[in-house]
Design a protein around this ligand. Structure first.
Ligand SMILES: [Zn+2]
Length: 242
C-alpha cells in the first residue's frame, strides 16, 4: 500500500469574495441552481468597454456606459468570441469608473473554483497572460459624428479627417450585450482584468470621490443614474494606485 503526505499552504485569495458579490450573483437571471458561497467562486473585474474611439472608429456615448453595465448582467465570458463554445465565467455587478479622461464599464465576473479548469483560468488571468477583453453587443444605428446621419448612408468615412475633424461613429441605440470575451487583441485600448476592488474594510489606501455629469444625484461613490426611465446605481471608483 502506498501512502503519501502532502504538505503546503494554499495561496490565499488577494481579495476575498464578498457577501455582496454572492447576493448579486444569486439575483442574476437564471441564477446558480445551487447557492454559491464566498469560498466557492473566484471573482475578477474586467475593463470591458469605455467612451473613447475604438480601433474600428466606433464610440459609445458616455451616458451609455452605465447602460452597458446593466446589459452585461448575467452575460457569459467567452474566449475569443467563440460562440460555438460555452462560457468560462459569467458577468455580474460592476462599476462605472473614471480614469483620467476615460470612463470605463468595469463589470465583475465569477467562475466556480470546483471546475476542473478554473485554476488554469485564474492563473492565466492573474499572471497577465490573458490581458485583453472585448465586448459583443447589438445596436441600432452607427451615427456619423460629422453630419449626424446614419454612417451607412452618409458620404463620410470613419478614420478619415474632414476639415481637421476625425470621422468616427456613435453606437446609437444599444440594445443588448451578448457576451464579453478574453481576446488576444481587443478593439478598445486599455481593456483588461483586475482583482476585485478592495472594500473599505480591507483597503490600505484612500479612494477619493469623483463626480460625473450623469443626470441624477451624486452621493459619495455611489451614483444614481436615470436612463430611459429606469433608475439604477453605479459605484464610482478612482483608479487604484498599484
Ligand atoms: Zn457623415
Amino acid at each position: 500500500m502506498l501512502s503519501q503526505n502532502l504538505t503546503g499552504n494554499l495561496i490565499p485569495e488577494a481579495v476575498a469574495v464578498s457577501n455582496e458579490d454572492i447576493s448579486l450573483i444569486n439575483k442574476l437571471p437564471n441564477p446558480p441552481l445551487v447557492t454559491m458561497n464566498t469560498e466557492d467562486i473566484y471573482v475578477r473585474r474586467c475593463r470591458l468597454a469605455n467612451d473613447q474611439i475604438d480601433s474600428r472608429f466606433g464610440r459609445f456615448h458616455i451616458d451609455d456606459i452605465p447602460r452597458l453595465i446593466e446589459l452585461v448582467q448575467g452575460a457569459p465570458v467567452l474566449i475569443g468570441h467563440d460562440r460555438q463554445s460555452l462560457g468560462v465565467a459569467r458577468f455580474f455587478g460592476g462599476e462605472v469608473e473614471k480614469r483620467g479622461d476615460t470612463t470605463w464599464a468595469i463589470p465583475k465576473f465569477y467562475f466556480p473554483r470546483a471546475y476542473s479548469q478554473s485554476e488554469d483560468l485564474r492563473i492565466m488571468l492573474d499572471s497577465g497572460i490573458y490581458n485583453e477583453a472585448s465586448i459583443a453587443f447589438l445596436y441600432q444605428k452607427p451615427t456619423c459624428n460629422i453630419c449626424d446621419e446614419d454612417l451607412r448612408q452618409c458620404p463620410h468615412w470613419p478614420g478619415k479627417t474632414y476639415e481637421g475633424k476625425l470621422c468616427f461613429y456613435w453606437y446609437d441605440g444599444i440594445e443588448r450585450v451578448t457576451e464579453g470575451s478574453l481576446v488576444y487583441r481587443g478593439a478598445v485600448q486599455g481593456t483588461g482584468f483586475e482583482l476585485e476592488y478592495e472594500t473599505e474594510e480591507n483597503s490600505t489606501g484612500s479612494h477619493d470621490d469623483e463626480k460625473m455629469n450623469f443626470s441624477g444625484e451624486s452621493s459619495g461613490r455611489i451614483i444614481h443614474i436615470k436612463h430611459k426611465g429606469r433608475r439604477y446605481t453605479a459605484l464610482l471608483n478612482k483608479a487604484q494606485v498599484r
